[in-house]
Design a protein around this ligand. Structure first.
Ligand SMILES: *Cc1c(COP(=O)(O)O)cnc(C)c1O
Length: 431
């Protein structure tokens, strides 16, 4: 497999782009080598500029849940393009997508569309503060909520991949109202409430996907919600990754918990820049123009993005691929564990719906610290073998793999074979 053209573009990109990428998660920093440049994608597959074709388990880090260029979505976008690209005024499609989203989340009466997951979360946090009149927010180590200043501490994702503790350029003042707790550890939340009486709420990923996949244990979420209610603090659920991934709607319902504020992104834009935050009326009425919390956006509710979102969610509801996802994830899990055992590689696999990933560690992974016990060198070898075997994975031990409904049984067989070959390569590296 050759990567000549990608290498050439990479070197060219280094001149006017930072590291030749527009998001650090796309750099191959932790797996070595240079990032692949993509030419196009269709269905379950993605093709690089050298003509190599891969089964895509990155899916743009989640949004492309139907696979690439689903005909229905393509048609809707093409139609929308003919009417104009942006108006700075409302359109009927914004109301349509709002209804689809609100109907899918039991606790959501109103929603506001923004342009990214980062924006969705920073607005959701501002809303929690506006509504409660309190300043402090608790977040969990290893959960990523976008790159806004106040939440860029112990933030997983690209930071974990690059082993960065937080970010330079974030002033102390910006994080002084951020408290860190441990995932799956309610006592670590309670301890903060004992010390502080100005906590507006807790933000979390209902299933963490940015330290690898980490699942909430037992009744962690339910107990957290009940505790927060007793303290008059809000539960802000960041479903930017999980929204519409494990069921139509959020992970909240599956896990038996209802958010006060929900943040969305990724899937709801079908590959276009859309984020959203929503809540019950009483909370959303604090947002301008109804209330005093200001939040705005020149391109928010962009007509092309709305068309992509509506068609993606409509098709997703029709396909209802959630049982399929569960089945495929179980097959991949079995394949990973079987091959790991066969070649004597220590491995843990976590999965939830259409999110799955292996950790190269013997430990159960229930929090950030345990995730970080993984052997990232083994992952790097595994990653490149998967590439050579025609499967495109996120280039990091700490990112989830995503499934699309476009995966065929042939694709799944190919993934299994690739896993077996790659695990063998990992075992040889140990010797
Ligand atoms: C991806 C992600 C974000 C940030 O979304 P962007 O669109 O990249 O700004 C926030 N929270 C979670 C849980 C995410 O997975």
């Amino acid at each position: 497999m050759e990567f000549k053209k990608s290498h050439k573009l990479y070197n060219k990109g280094l001149v006017n782009l930072v590291g030749a990428v527009n998001s650090p998660v796309r750099a191959f920093a932790s797996v070595g080598g240079n990032p692949l440049f993509i030419e196009k994608a269709k269905g379950s597959k993605i093709k690089d500029v050298d003509g190599n074709s891969f089964i895509d388990l990155v899916l743009s880090y989640g949004p492309m849940i139907l696979g690439h260029r689903h005909p229905k979505v393509q048609k809707a976008i093409t139609k929308a393009l003919k009417n104009g690209y942006s108006f700075g005024a409302s359109t009927a499609n914004e109301i349509k997508l709002a209804k689809i989203v609100c109907d899918a989340f039991p606790g959501m009466d109103k929603v506001r569309f923004v342009n990214s997951g980062t924006e969705a979360v920073l607005s959701g946090i501002r809303l929690a503060r506006a509504y409660t009149g309190k300043d402090k927010i608790i977040k969990f180590a290893g959960c990523y909520h976008g790159h806004q200043d106040s939440l860029l501490v112990a933030a997983g994702s690209g930071l974990a991949t690059l082993s960065l503790p937080g970010s330079k350029g974030v002033p102390e003042g910006a994080v002084k109202n951020t408290l860190i707790a441990n995932y799956n550890d309610l006592d670590s939340v309670k301890a903060h409430f004992e010390k502080h009486d100005d906590i507006a709420g807790v933000i979390l990923e209902p299933v963490a996907g940015n330290m690898g996949v980490v699942i909430p244990q037992d009744d962690f979420l339910k107990e957290l919600k009940a505790f927060l209610e007793s303290k008059g603090a809000l539960l802000i659920v960041d479903e930017v990754m999980t929204g519409f991934r494990s069921k139509f709607g959020g992970a909240q319902e599956l896990l038996g918990v209802e958010a006060d504020i929900t943040c969305l992104g990724k899937v709801i834009g079908g590959g276009f820049p859309v984020g959203a935050y929503g809540a019950r009326n009483e909370i959303m009425e604090n947002v301008a123009p109804l209330g005093g919390m200001y939040q705005a956006g020149t391109l928010s509710g962009n007509p092309i993005a709305m068309a992509a979102g509506i068609s993606t969610l409509t098709e997703l509801k029709k396909q209802n691929p959630y049982e399929f996802f569960d089945k495929v994830a179980a097959i991949i899990e079995r394949s990973l564990l079987t091959s790991a055992q066969k070649y004597g590689v220590e491995l843990t696999v976590n999965r939830f719906g259409s999110m799955i990933n292996p950790f190269f560690t013997s430990k159960h992974v229930t929090n950030f610290e345990e995730a970080q016990s993984s052997d990232t060198k083994k992952f790097a070898v595994f990653f490149w073998e998967m590439i050579k075997n025609g499967v495109f994975l996120p280039p990091s031990q700490f990112e989830a793999w995503f499934l699309s409904s476009a995966l065929s049984s042939k694709d799944i067989e190919k993934i299994k074979k690739a896993i077996d070959n790659s695990m063998e390569a990992v075992s040889k590296m140990e010797a």
